[in-house]
Design a protein around this ligand. Structure first.
Ligand code: MG
Length: 255
């Protein structure tokens, strides 16, 4: 799809009665840090998201590669609908049990093998997310090749129901059973999301499935940061545009 660098006026009118809003976390709502723990949720952003969620009657969700407990801790004490681990772990209503993928013994064994292999490597952060494993190499960029070889080795052993994902300075092994696109479809099939028009904001390769889902559901897909090959309908080159739009959605002024 062609790249349209969008301004605030190109985004859909921030109508809380008509929209369902989905936001990726790292790189979209928040700046990426050197480590997953290093990110910070500005207080003002949390207030805006709380107000926006209320005005949307709950039709707001975070869609992330992080684990559910991890992302909940990050946004504490706020509670949102969350698709975690790329949709492998979904909580539609805060406080209710999550629906989770069930990893089998062979997959768990490969997660353990990869964690053992890389846990003592300087600069590599191993993130066991129960339903997937992510290896972060922002602090050890020279390890990328080795990481991809080992992830592919595990994927070959596990078969075609698994995939290796390349993100921003991280690579991940996950089941194909869910992705951010299936997460959007899952949310949109039920209250309080059903019947609304989805708007999805993301910044990375893993968001492409969600852009596609939003497009197919008659919604709007927005990529934060330009990319030569994206299915997003528009690109915004500054996160502040997203912040301003969310603020308008929350009932605040843009200034
Ligand atoms: Mg991201």
């Amino acid at each position: 799809m062609s790249q349209n660098v969008a301004d605030l006026s190109d985004l859909p009118p921030p109508d809380p009665d008509a929209l369902a809003v989905f936001c990726d976390v790292d790189g979209t709502l928040l700046d990426i840090a050197d480590t997953p723990e290093g990110v910070h949720v500005p207080g003002a952003l949390r207030v805006t998201l709380d107000l926006a969620r209320n005005r949307l009657s709950g039709a707001f969700a975070l869609v992330t590669g992080r684990g559910l407990a991890d992302v909940e801790r990050l946004f504490e004490p706020s509670r949102y609908a969350i698709a975690a681990v790329h949709g492998l772990e979904i909580r539609t209503r805060p406080g209710e049990p999550a629906e989770s993928y069930r990893p089998d013994a062979a997959f768990r064994a490969e997660i353990d093998r990869l964690a053992d292999h890389f846990s003592n490597r300087e600069g590599i952060i191993v993130e066991d997310k129960t339903y997937a494993i992510a290896l972060h190499f922002r602090l050890a960029p020279e390890a990328e090749g080795d990481i991809l070889i080992e992830l592919q080795r595990s994927r070959t052993k596990l078969g075609s129901a698994f995939q290796v994902l390349n993100g921003k300075k991280l690579a991940e092994l996950k089941p194909l059973a869910a992705n951010k696109g299936s997460a959007i479809r899952h949310f949109m099939a039920a209250s309080p999301f059903a019947g609304r028009r989805p708007v999805y904001f993301g910044d990375d390769t893993t968001d492409e499935h969600a852009f596609e889902a939003a497009n197919e559901l008659g919604g709007v897909s927005v990529r934060v940061g330009a990319h030569p090959d994206t299915r997003a309908q528009m690109v915004v080159d500054d996160r502040q545009i997203l912040y301003t739009w969310l603020k308008l959605l929350s009932g605040g002024r843009s200034g």
